[in-house]
Ligand binder design. Sequence first.
Ligand code: TRP
Length: 456
Amino acid sequence: MLSNQADGDKRRSLHGHWSSRMAFILAVTGSAVGLGNIWKFPYIAGQNGGGAFVLVYLVCVVLIGMPVMMSEILIGRRGRRNPVATMKLLGQEEGSSERWKWVGGMGVLAGILILSYYSVIAGWTLAYIVKSVTGAFAGASAGVVGDEFDSFVSDWRLVALTHTIFMGLAVFVVARGVERGLEQAVRFMVPALLVLMLVLLGYAISSGYFGQGVAFMFTPDFSKLTWGSVLAALGQAFFTLSIGMGAVMAYGAYLPEETSITGASAAVVTADTSIAILAGLAIFPLVFANGLTPGDGPGLVFNTLPLAFGQMAGGVFFSTVFFVLLSFAAWTSAIGLMEPAVAWIVEHFHKTRAQATVGVGLLIWLLGFGSVLSFNVLADTKFLAGTIFDNVDYLTSNIMLPLGGLLIVIFAGWVMCRNSTADELGNSGGLFKAWRILARYVAPIGILLVLINAVR
Ligand code: TRP
């Protein structure tokens, strides 16, 4: 996916460059589309009462997510290094301070923490491939599907095993160089996932409860909205778009000079948001049709979609393909989560890519046991936000990513001079002005307002 051919850039990345604009869009889409869309969005929306949460989430995606993503890409392309070194370099170049490197540092840490639990949930999807193939869901009732899930996650050894397998797969690809083969995988995966979501949507429409699902998702009841759920919506916007932690910045470092950052961002945001909304539309009708509760938590998708597959003609096939695709989607995201840490270690400590990846992978694997045990042995050990899993999730999605995003837009909007950003975004009049207003005022003020009100 990366080519080393000269393309006339002012500054070159050590790791090579994307072969085309499409390759970049596919890579960022591959990182954005993942468990965040299909597993996390529905359960967080369910826990936060639906409609009003979804509306706030969509507003956050457009008014905050979009300018943050553009800022990350333009910073990455200008620095052409790992996020830590890029922030340090540009901090100096723009006449500010090299201390901006800590934004990159926080991103490296956030990626490690997120992947520590992400890999555990990805392990569940691997297990669900096996359950699908063996026909565990054929004709199953809600009770059977629910028991299947509960008995799986309560066996910590099985969960640890699938977490280990998933981390092994992630380390394998990243160690060999992120890029080869992945482009093809994403090119196939995202459309295939869309098609399957449409199949599920068809089932949801035929369930007789589609209207109720739609109403739950799109009828805002603002009395249910607390600052806590506004923060959850903001955090979800950051999480699902892979922003706020330098991952998109790391990918931007390999982006050719002539590619439109605005166009690429719009494409990624559109694909990512469509898949999340489709997932919600497929899942909530099933929740109501089967008397389940929307606020059920992290098991929601595993307790609902197998029901639909179990009733469908060709269900074993569709179910297997679905969980294979979801595992793939998680895989391409895991790679992005490791990229800031790996790129930093390679550049800073002069390690080989393989050494850096194995080291980071081992650390993440170990940390992952906190989340492995959160669903069984330590399920009742709760503090602050809940289990260890809940805390790692809250700390990363609701604190570290918004804070990282805040610092990134402040850097792009206020620290970098107008000419530097205009240069990267292509000073295209209206669009550039719109970005600048969002990056300088709307996004920082919005993030601060939510963080302050939700955390105090
Ligand atoms: N966006 C991913 C998802 O929705 C998760 C994620 C968050 C991510 N931050 C990231 C992926 C950074 C890659 C890089 O599943």
